[in-house]
Design a protein around this ligand. Structure first.
Ligand code: SAH
Length: 251
């Protein structure tokens, strides 16, 4: 899914922003970058340094003269806009954009373009009117314009979240290391050991229990401890018992 999402930058004037966009894209697993009539040389020492290792995306970026060329093969184009325009247009939030992507991209030939404007003047009305919908990142209304790469980062993150939720990333997510959980019997042995120790050190008085053991049980069970973790706790109890006044070290 992510390989069919294109980031389109129109009239970018700072090479550093192009590099930072490449970095944001690569961080989120996007790779398809199109530069429409850039107003700077995209590949400079500054763009490469801001790309921080993602400059292959700038090298591979397609350079075209018009928005039409950049999105010709796209089935959905969404324009990112920092402010509301005179002519109302379908407006979606970044989250809704993400949620729509799996459906939009369900056909193998489908392609989505996210279109970003110039640092100084954004997207023109004509460009916005070439987009199916507009997306606005909710911001402080008194200061609504994000840096270009920051705007790309937010939308690319929503794309990635949607992709992960759609299970696309199942194979890519880090394997959680599953340690065996403590069994019921191991937990009961631990609770007996805990109670014995708390009595031995004078912390717990079985004649005045005040729900102490119940609370400690609830706390421990909520944590779903692993066997290894319980072994550590039992080790601590054994060591504590040894320090208890006049107490043997049976466990
Ligand atoms: N000064 C310009 C904004 C330039 S920011 C203006 O007033 O329109 C460069 C680009 O980043 C914008 O064209 C837009 O594509 C994107 N962007 C910045 N802030 C955004 C926001 N809050 N929501 C959506 N896109 C935003």
């Amino acid at each position: 899914m992510l390989d069919r999402i294109r980031i389109v930058l129109i009239g970018t004037s700072h090479p550093g922003n192009i590099g930072a966009v490449a970095r944001a894209m690569h961080n989120m697993g996007l790779a398809d970058l199109a530069l429409v009539a850039p107003r700077c040389e995209p590949l400079t020492s500054e763009s490469i340094s801001r790309a921080s290792g993602a400059d292959h995306i700038v090298h591979a970026a397609r350079r075209v003269e018009t928005l039409e060329e950049a999105v010709a093969d796209c089935t959905l184009a969404v324009g990112a806009s920092a402010r509301s325009r005179t002519l109302p247009w379908p407006m979606i939030t970044p989250r809704v954009l993400g949620e729509r992507l799996p459906q939009e991209l369900s056909a193998p030939e489908a392609r989505v373009a996210l279109v970003f404007g110039r640092e100084d003047s954004g997207l023109s009305n004509a460009e916005l009117q070439r987009c199916h919908a507009h997306v606005h990142i909710p911001t402080n209304p008194d200061f609504s314009s994000l840096n270009l790469a920051a705007a790309v980062q937010v939308l690319a993150y929503e794309c990635r979240l949607a992709w992960l939720a759609a299970d696309g990333g199942a194979g890519e997510q880090e394997e959680e290391t599953h340690q065996p959980l403590a069994s019921h019997a191991e937990l009961e042995n631990y609770f007996s050991h805990l109670e014995r120790t708390l009595i031995a050190i004078g912390f717990h008085d079985p004649a005045m229990p005040r729900q102490l053991m119940a609370r400690l049980r609830r706390f421990t069970l909520r944590a779903r401890p692993e066997r290894m973790e319980l072994n550590i706790l039992r080790g601590i109890l054994s060591a504590t018992e040894k320090c208890a006044p006049g107490k043997s070290d049976e466990s």
